[in-house]
Design a protein around this ligand. Structure first.
Ligand SMILES: NC(=O)c1ccc[n+]([C@@H]2O[C@H](COP(=O)([O-])OP(=O)(O)OC[C@H]3O[C@@H](n4cnc5c(N)ncnc54)[C@H](OP(=O)(O)O)[C@@H]3O)[C@@H](O)[C@H]2O)c1
Length: 252
């Protein structure tokens, strides 16, 4: 049986923009007590103001910040029912040009920080038989040349979902992963890869590669997050929500 989202305490990292912002808006709109995090305080504060969520700005790669995000969510919601790891960064480039620092940074924000944050949250989640949601990517099933660092982090997240589901299942904690297709957000622009107009044009072109002929919206991905948080007998699941982009349709 699915649980009610209303009244749940949910921590959303990377909630100051894009898909994370969509998750905050959807869950808060359904009556969850949401705590929103991200590094840019003004973005986190604006989302909190608009949705009624609690702002707890911070960086998932910083130990004190991870602790204060979890503490804020536990305090705001009277416990913790779910952590949604929407924090993430793009790093791409030809293999000859990748740097050690760039690779360490993208793994720190996309994989290592979220794993350590999950460890901090686990005792609280166990008290409420809660859930953890990661974001994989269509990059794990369709090859985007030059995007090997990002794809590698997403492959790690999709894989660790199963291992953590097995580890935390006996304590009643469910672990899931949403694999989105193309959604126009600011992830490439924040990485300095393109401007807004180029990102929009690229997403329109990529839209045609989806079976449904268009890119998705943050709320369409947030719907899947809601499902994974509330579905009582679902764990270790990788939920593809990609408009058919991952099918790799060929016209030949
Ligand atoms: N858009 C897509 O097509 C797509 C497809 C598949 C998967 N995804 C995944 O969906 C998730 C959300 O991305 P998005 O597309 O919505 O991009 P986005 O709008 O750029 O959102 C990512 C958020 O993460 C925050 N963030 C980055 N590093 C952080 C850190 N160290 N600590 C805390 N917050 C951090 C960013 O804000 P600050 O810079 O202020 O911290 C930003 O608000 C990511 O995991 C992404 O890989 C996206």
């Amino acid at each position: 049986m699915a649980r009610e989202i209303a009244g749940m305490s949910v921590l959303v990292t990377g909630g100051g923009s894009g898909i994370g912002e969509g998750v905050v808006a959807r869950l808060a709109g359904l009556g969850a007590r949401v705590t929103v995090s991200g590094r840019r305080e003004h973005r986190v504060a604006a989302v909190a103001e608009r949705t009624g969520a609690r702002a707890a700005a911070g960086d998932v790669t910083v130990p004190d910040d991870r602790r204060s995000m979890v503490d804020a969510a536990v305090e705001h919601g009277g416990g913790l029912d779910a952590v949604v790891h929407a924090a993430g960064n793009m790093y791409r480039g030809p293999i000859e040009e990748l740097t050690r620092q760039g690779l360490q940074d993208v793994f720190a924000s996309n994989v290592i920080g979220p794993m350590l944050l999950t460890g901090l949250a686990a005792p609280h989640l166990a008290e409420r038989r809660g859930a953890v949601v990661f974001f994989g990517s269509v990059h794990t099933v369709r090859a985007f040349p030059g995007a090997s660092p990002y794809a590698a982090t997403k492959g790690a997240l999709e894989t660790l979902t199963g291992a953590l589901a097995a580890e935390l299942g006996p304590r009643g904690v469910r672990v899931g992963c949403v694999r989105p297709g193309g959604v126009l957000t600011e992830i490439n622009q924040r990485a300095g890869l393109m401007d807004d107009a180029t990102a929009a044009a690229r997403m329109t072109a990529l839209g045609a590669e989806h079976a449904l002929g268009r890119a998705g919206t943050p709320d369409e991905v947030a719907e899947a997050v809601q499902y994974l948080i509330t579905a009582e007998w679902v764990t270790g699941a990788l939920l593809t929500v990609d408009g058919g982009l991952g099918l790799g349709i060929t016209g030949a």
